[in-house]
Ligand binder design. Structure first.
Ligand SMILES: NC(=O)c1ccc[n+]([C@@H]2O[C@H](COP(=O)([O-])OP(=O)(O)OC[C@H]3O[C@@H](n4cnc5c(N)ncnc54)[C@H](OP(=O)(O)O)[C@@H]3O)[C@@H](O)[C@H]2O)c1
Length: 229
């Protein structure tokens, strides 16, 4: 068993580099690309998002295509991948679609200080894991591997992206650029400040560029594990 899952980070950005407006869900894709993302989801064992994305976007994170759900079932898998989130404050609503949609297992990695509270609130709808005083994405990734997750899809938001990338835990980046501007410097960008392994001295490796209607998909290999993904 690998010490962490193959990790694919998938994100859509506006032309000016924003991933949302910070207040409500902002669609930064088109139907064909949503279908591509659906196929990527179907190929993964787990999907991870940050607690702010649970609160703001309220995503269901289910595989939409009936045939893909059936293919997963034929492989002995749940119709949709496990859902994973991470929180420090544990202010998550048990009625959010993240928890109520679909039968897949839901896991909440919670900082130690709020685990009791999180279990009270979310215990009936999710497995709450004590992530330690500070939840480290490397520790979380190892724990997911121990739970049988071989392929992990990270779907935002910016705080989560930043930690996975700065800790060098991402094998593949799929970045979609949507033909709109957000134009608000208070809105979340793809990542926050940090020390990233890719810089002018170590450039990331671009492996594919694909136009999908009015968006473009950029695919980067970020580790030597890329080929195995
Ligand atoms: N375009 C896209 O592809 C895309 C995808 C996803 C999201 N988004 C957008 O991204 C925005 C949200 O991004 P964001 O950066 O504000 O938030 P985020 O990354 O979704 O979530 C941040 C929250 O996750 C929890 N968290 C993160 N790291 C943690 C750690 N190490 N330990 C414990 N808890 C941790 C904290 O939750 P608590 O506050 O509960 O403690 C933190 O406030 C939204 O506007 C959303 O629409 C866009």
């Amino acid at each position: 068993m690998r010490d962490r899952p193959y990790t694919l980070l998938s994100c859509s950005v506006s032309i000016d580099g924003y991933i949302g407006n910070g207040a409500s869900r902002l669609l930064l894709s088109n139907d064909a690309d949503f279908d591509r993302v659906d196929a990527v989801r179907a190929s993964c064992d787990a999907i991870l998002i940050g607690a702010a994305t649970v609160r703001i976007d309220n995503p269901r994170l289910l595989v939409r295509s009936r045939s893909r759900r059936a293919e997963r079932a034929a492989r002995g898998l749940a119709p949709s991948p496990m859902k994973v989130t991470v929180t420090r404050r544990a202010e998550l609503d048990a009625g959010a679609d993240f928890f109520t949609a679909g039968d897949a297992e839901k896991i909440v990695y919670c900082a130690s200080g709020r685990v009791v509270d999180a279990r009270k609130r979310l215990g009936p709808v999710a497995t709450v894991v004590d992530g330690g005083d500070t939840v480290k994405m490397s520790t979380l990734s190892s724990d997911l591997a121990a739970r049988g997750v071989e392929r992990l899809m990270v779907e935002g938001g910016a705080k989560v992206h930043t930690q996975f990338l700065t800790e060098d835990l991402v094998d593949e980046l799929q970045l979609v650029v949507a033909p709109i501007f957000v134009g608000d410097s208070d809105a979340p960008r793809f990542v926050r400040d940090g020390s990233f392994p890719w810089n002018p001295g170590r450039r990331a490796s671009l492996v594919d560029v694909r136009q999908i209607g009015d968006v473009v998909l950029l695919r980067y290999a970020l580790s030597s594990r890329f080929e195995e993904g």
